[in-house]
Design a protein around this ligand. Structure first.
Ligand code: ZN
Length: 467
């Protein structure tokens, strides 16, 4: 697809500056010498940059995009204003890019902390900003139930309501319907469910899901989809996928705020390659602002997940952001970025933090363990977070042992900063053309959580969901 929504230069000085930057680009663009690029569809030689301007800039504030990105690898810009997607660099399938939204620019790859109830648990928006989070995920389903879309609207929209002025993505509620299992019935015209808060009856059609997200005022909304647990039969997975496709077309048609909200389509299809292919082909034919890979991290093995991510990612258009939903363990982030994913969200960093599970470069530790009773070191020696620069592991363990609120907060700060810093490091490695080396060094040291224990957890959950 050709780049769209390019705002051209408006005066001679700007055009001259652009030309010189462009010449610099051409001079520095060389044929790929790294054999890894043999697998890349966009090597350094594919630069087609013009001098483009952010559509959001006013006439008095036009800064060439080329001044703000590493010039050697700037590739192109796409999407409809006020949204833009800039691909700045790629290394193999890994991409360094930026998503421009009405509430600011999101450097990608990025991890979105989860603010289900319009708050990242235990943290203020200022904390989250200081952590370097460029965007948050909130949940339309939960906010629809409580406090209600009308309340959020009366308070000036979700950004004002929660005191967060940067971009927000809202999940549509499809996954919540899946995870609430026996409270929900899925029908062709939508879902019918009982509120987990007060038992009241509700129904949400695809058009409602779009309307709710437009009412909340998120920058990025998600299509309503049907997620299905791992272990379902091929025919069940196909049925859910076809329903997801019908809902996607209805969501696309229902959009009425394209000037302030973009909608991402969701590819389903379980772990069946032919269904994933069919889903990717259909969903991309609807021309969404971005594409998500849904229905993963629901009980399949890591190897299966990586295979599906690699397959689907290669089928998605390069000129749109790619989002892997609900995945956030450090090793998964590194593997998925290496397969071309740009956006992630997951409750894992904050949820495990509140249980005392803290990320380190060697793997996740349990701060409750007695080995930290007199540990004078920070949780992670190389971490630059507030927790690690101010407190010992022994103090953090003490807080957890006493059930002190500060423990939850300090642990959340650390885990989120660990993940956000990891994303920043991956972005830097892609820009430097060193992603594979970064991945190798990280994975050699990081010990993932035991896979058998992880799958056992999913087994319990799937059983509960099927209930
Ligand atoms: Zn830390």
């Amino acid at each position: 697809m050709a780049p769209t929504s390019i705002v051209p230069t408006t005066n001679k000085a700007q055009r001259t500056a652009g030309k010189s930057a462009r010449n610099e680009l051409k001079a520095s663009a060389t044929a790929p010498s790294d054999p890894f690029f043999a697998h890349s569809r966009l090597g350094p030689s594919s630069i087609i940059a013009e001098t483009y301007y952010h559509p959001l800039h006013t006439p008095n504030c036009r800064v060439p995009v080329l001044d703000t990105v590493p010039p050697v690898r700037y590739i192109w810009r796409a999407m409809q204003a006020p949204f833009a997607f800039d691909l700045e660099a790629s290394h193999g399938a890994a991409r360094a890019c930026r998503l421009t939204t009405p509430h600011g620019v999101v450097p990608l790859p990025a991890f979105l902390p989860v603010a289900t109830q319009a708050t990242v648990k235990s943290l203020t928006p200022e904390d989250v900003t200081d952590l370097g989070a460029p965007m948050l995920l909130s949940n339309a389903y939960h906010l629809y139930l409580r406090p209600g879309v009308d309340v959020v609207q009366q308070m000036g929209g979700l950004h004002k309501f929660m005191g967060w002025d940067k971009p927000i993505l809202t999940d549509s509620g499809g996954f919540q319907a899946f995870s609430m299992g026996n409270l929900t019935k899925v029908r062709d015209d939508g879902i019918v469910f009982r509120s987990h808060i007060d038992g009241s009856a509700h129904s949400i059609a695809p058009e409602d899901a779009v309307g709710i997200q437009e009412g909340l005022g998120a920058d990025v909304a998600m299509c309503f989809d049907q997620c299905i647990s791992y272990g379902a039969s091929e025919s069940e997975v196909e049925e859910a996928m076809q329903r997801t496709h019908r809902w996607a077309a209805r969501c696309r048609a229902a959009q009425s705020a394209e000037d302030r909200q973009t909608l991402f389509g969701i590819v389903q299809g379980g772990v069946f390659p032919h269904l994933r292919r069919e889903s990717a082909e259909y969903i991309t034919s609807l021309d969404f602002g971005g594409y998500a890979i849904g229905g993963l991290a629901v009980g399949e093995s890591k190897a299966q997940m990586y295979e599906v991510v690699g397959q689907v990612s290669s089928l998605l258009p390069e000129e749109r952001p790619r989002y892997l939903m609900g995945v956030g363990s450090p090793e998964d982030l590194v593997e998925a970025v290496g397969r071309g994913v740009d956006i992630f969200d997951c409750v894992l960093p904050t949820r495990t933090a509140r249980n005392g599970g803290l990320f380190t470069l060697d793997g996740r530790i349990d701060i409750n363990n007695s080995r930290y009773r007199t540990d004078p070191n920070p949780v992670e020696a190389e971490c630059d977070c507030y927790t690690c620069t101010h407190f010992t592991a022994a103090y953090l363990r003490h807080l957890f042992k006493c059930g002190e609120l500060l423990g939850l907060r300090l642990a959340s700060l650390h885990n989120l900063r660990f993940i956000i810093r990891l994303m920043e490091q991956m972005r830097g490695a892609i820009q430097a053309g060193q992603y594979q080396e970064f991945r190798r060094v990280f994975m050699e040291r990081y010990r993932p959580t035991n896979e058998a224990a992880r799958l056992a957890q999913f087994g319990k959950r799937a059983k509960a969901v099927r209930g």
